[in-house]
Design a protein around this ligand. Sequence first.
Ligand SMILES: *Cc1c(COP(=O)(O)O)cnc(C)c1O
Length: 219
Amino acid sequence: MSAADNLAAVEADITRACQDARRPRNSVTLIAVSKTFEADAIRPVLSAGQRVFGENRVQEAKGKWPALVDEYPGTELHLIGPLQSNKAKDAVTLFDAIHSVDRDSLCEALGKVLPQAGRTVDLFVQINTGEEPQKAGIAPQDADAFLVACRERWGLTICGLMCIPPVDEAPAPHFALCAKIAKRNGLSKLSMGMSADFATAIAFGATHVRVGSAIFGHR
Ligand SMILES: *Cc1c(COP(=O)(O)O)cnc(C)c1O
């Protein structure tokens, strides 16, 4: 199977999951996660019409994406990995969305560089739903206060929440928790679901699914 074939299969699965959840297909955005893949592996997916891509490192994305965005106008880039505060300026220049807002120091940096960037960047707060010590994200019990601080202290408009469930647990309760926190904070976007569980995430309200290996193959 080529990456374009894989993309079509993922598209079909998303359409089916939307039907099952009685949601319109256009309520879910597919983010094709191209991290670690070179431009030559990404081009066929762009040629097949996919225009929203995810990367987890600013440096890597800076190296390969500007030329591809020139080749394929209208391409949207989402940063899905951890962001160091000293790369915030580069990130808001290159990316249309950041899914990994997870601490005060990053909020402070974003609050400084965003007004200068002269463009809109969708911001998602990452929630560590499994409260895993090695994983980034705000603990569920701290989420409401953090969201208030984003707005009132740092002047940031947050559009939604992102989560990555623990690998060894059923994802559904984590998606449900993330959706619940978003709802009570009036946030409309939910970035959740990867190759193995995007259909489940859609059933729990995901508006953005981040799918890598199911499209590009193993990394
Ligand atoms: C790599 C990555 C993905 C994609 O994972 P797959 O299992 O390959 O679909 C999604 N989200 C984040 C945050 C990632 O780092």
